[in-house]
Design a protein around this ligand. Structure first.
Ligand SMILES: C[S@@+](CC[C@H](N)C(=O)[O-])C[C@H]1O[C@@H](n2cnc3c(N)ncnc32)[C@H](O)[C@@H]1O
Length: 192
């Protein structure tokens, strides 16, 4: 069986517009993406799982694989995920269809997607679907290599998203930051 790195590189050459990364996420970046997963707090949805670097970091937090729902549109990556992570729920669909997943009240949606390189309509479908699946106060977690938040101002405003951002993770190719977006809860809105 090809290594995860080799599989990733082969698919990058075949589908550069879908993979859109120089390499899989580093362990440091994957750990930061999964850092706030609570193994006892219910389901997590993952978008763009690839060869499973972030998937593994989420499961290493102690979340049972049956509680993790991973969307990946590339069939070769889906096969790898099913083999590597028994019990994981793998959906070979577009992340734009996240709103149709049979999952409610997720604690977080964790995305390894190349969000900003996607058409705006697809970005909007992903974020709109996410807010229907995540519980109030739950996070949409997204890394980015660039200097700006990876959800555009228009979509942030439409959905009322605030965010916090991690330190820069230098040990990644290229270095990246992790953003956590969330909608204001009714209590937070009442208090402000
Ligand atoms: C930058 S790679 C990240 C892979 C992995 N999460 C990691 O961090 O190493 C982006 C992944 O998103 C997947 N992807 C791209 N567009 C997608 C879409 N519309 N729906 C689902 N997956 C998508 C690609 O196939 C690829 O596996």
């Amino acid at each position: 069986m090809a290594s995860d790195f080799r599989l990733f590189m082969t698919q990058l050459l075949k589908r550069p517009h879908q993979v859109v990364a120089l390499a899989p996420s580093s362990e440091g970046l994957a750990r930061e993406m999964a850092a706030r997963v609570d193994p006892a707090a219910g389901p997590v949805i993952e978008l763009g799982a690839g060869t499973g670097k972030i998937t593994r970091a989420i499961l290493d937090r102690g979340l049972p694989p049956e509680q993790l729902h991973s969307i990946e549109m590339n069939p070769v990556f889906c096969d790898r995920l099913r083999t590597a992570f028994p019990g994981l729920n793998v959906y070979q669909i577009s992340a734009g269809d996240v709103g149709s997943l049979p999952v409610e009240d997720a604690q977080a949606v964790i995305s390894g997607l190349p969000l900003l390189s996607m058409p705006v309509a697809l970005q909007r479908a992903i974020l709109t679907g996410t807010v229907t699946k995540v519980r109030p106060g739950g996070d949409y977690v997204q890394f980015t290599y660039g200097p700006k938040p990876p959800v555009t101002p228009v979509i942030r405003e439409e959905l009322g998203l605030s965010w916090d951002v991690s330190h820069k993770i230098w040990w990644n190719m290229p270095p990246a930051r992790v953003y956590r977006f969330r909608q204001a809860t009714a209590e937070a809105s009442a208090a402000s």
